[in-house]
Design a protein around this ligand. Structure first.
Ligand code: ATP
Ligand code: MG
Length: 412
């Protein structure tokens, strides 16, 4: 080991960033809870098949980004590169189809072997919401409205734009796929190597290419909307009407496709211009065939995931300083008494630490620097008299109170 550094693309999270990331998760859990979502914590690793089958062999995630290894028992396992497949696996494993629709929220680390840069890591964190049940467009509206409310609560209402598209049902998508294959095959010479491969595996992904030559071709490619059948068109109409009624602003972006194979109908991304190429903060879509693909019942689903690091960077979060009291016992007997007194104060909601080193003046200076509201001084004389000195560092006042009255003395 040359340097004691975390592995490339991983980070230690602490201090202000940790507070901001926690605030994102707490806000998410509160708002999703108010929509009836319940917690689901799936394992961080699964059998590789759980991700490989639904995401598709040709997807970037499966072909280049997964952390896959054989464990000591010879099982092929993968660190989760996203939540949806694991959540659907859990839905099947636990027979949750008894109670539909099923609203599940999760959060935690996700792993992808990527080229690290600001806002792009190999271990990052997501909040994730999935709604499993009927394939009705009203659920799409509910899920997107939930995401929008969360973003507004995080102060991102003016910083993100909702890009919305429909990929249609399987029939529409097949028709579109054929049209794309015909179009791109005619221009094969101008396609990037990656996109020539995509032409075989998943031509829709060419629309998502970052290659400049591909982009020029994509500009004139056929549009999905020309290939939607009546059902898909009507589905999308109801989604848009619902979003308008719910007050969720969106832009129809016909070129939006999602990176994984399992999407149908609605696809969406909330994008900001403030994070450069890492501009997508929250994204998702409908995945009607996924649960069946995993061997489960014919239950449809829609879900989304938000990148906690990216949300925490952008969000308008006031991380409140806790109300702090510092105990200053002078001597061993006072130290012993302070254990119980500190707990009395914690019970009132204060954060309490104890400072036992140095003279009283030094300790008071440290307490002020730490932003403490109270310093609670206990010397031998006080101990004998059953009292403490409570200094209110904000008001500059000082009171002598009995042990029993301490909690009352620090009440707001
Ligand atoms: P991108 O186009 O940025 O690679 P993606 O389409 O791969 O994103 P999703 O699979 O939709 O991303 O994941 C949902 C969210 O997770 C993204 O919108 C983003 O906020 C976040 N995210 C994805 N990959 C990373 C990463 N490597 N590091 C940090 N956050 C990420
Ligand atoms: Mg990606």
């Amino acid at each position: 080991m040359s340097k004691l550094q975390p592995a490339r693309g991983t980070r230690d999270i602490y201090g202000d960033e940790a507070r901001r990331m926690n605030a994102v998760v707490e806000t998410f859990r509160t708002i999703a809870g108010s929509y009836g979502f319940e917690d689901l914590a799936t394992p961080i690793f699964e059998f590789t098949e759980v991700f490989k089958r639904p995401l598709g062999e040709a997807s970037d995630v499966v072909s280049k980004e997964m952390y896959t290894f054989e464990d000591r028992g010879g099982e092929e396992v993968t660190l989760r590169p996203e939540f949806t497949a694991g959540v659907c696996r859990a839905f099947i494993s636990n027979g949750m189809q008894q109670n539909l629709p099923c609203r599940l929220m999760s959060h935690g680390p996700v792993f992808r072997y990527e080229r690290p840069q600001k806002g792009r890591y190999r271990q990052f964190h997501q909040i994730n919401a999935e709604l499993l049940g009927p394939d009705a467009p009203e659920f799409d509206v509910e899920m997107i409205a939930l995401a929008w409310r969360l973003l507004v609560k995080l102060g991102l209402g003016d910083k993100v734009v909702l890009n919305l598209n429909t990929l249609g049902d399987v029939e529409s998508r097949m028709a579109y796929r054929d049209a794309l294959v015909a179009y791109f095959s005619a221009h094969k010479g101008q396609l990037s190597e990656d996109s020539v491969r995509r032409l075989e595996t998943n031509p829709l992904r060419i629309l998502d290419s970052k290659d400049e030559g591909d982009k020029a071709l994509v500009a004139n490619a056929p549009m999905m909307s020309e290939f939607l059948n009546d059902h898909s068109r009507e589905f999308f109409r109801v989604v848009k009407a619902g979003l308008e009624a719910a007050g969720v602003p969106f832009e129809h972006n016909e070129r939006l496709v999602r990176g994984l194979d399992y999407y149908t109908h609605t696809a969406f991304e909330f994008i900001t211009t403030e994070l450069g190429a890492q501009g997508t903060v929250l994204a998702g879509g409908r995945y009607d065939g996924l649960i069946e693909k995993l061997g489960g019942p014919a239950v449809a689903g829609i879900g989304w995931a938000g990148g906690i690091e990216r949300l925490a960077m952008l969000a308008d979060i006031q991380t409140a300083q806790p109300r702090l009291a510092v105990m200053l016992p002078m001597g061993e007997a006072a130290t012993l008494k302070c254990y119980a007194l500190a707990d009395d104060l914690r019970d009132t909601g204060l954060t309490v630490t104890t400072d036992r080193s140095g003279n009283l003046g030094k300790r008071l200076t440290r307490a002020s620097k730490a932003g403490a509201r109270f310093a609670v001084i206990l010397g031998d004389n006080e101990l004998e008299a059953g009292v403490v000195l409570v200094k209110d560092l904000e008001r500059g006042t000082q009171d002598q109170v009995t042990f029993d009255a301490l909690s009352v003395a620090v009440a707001e």
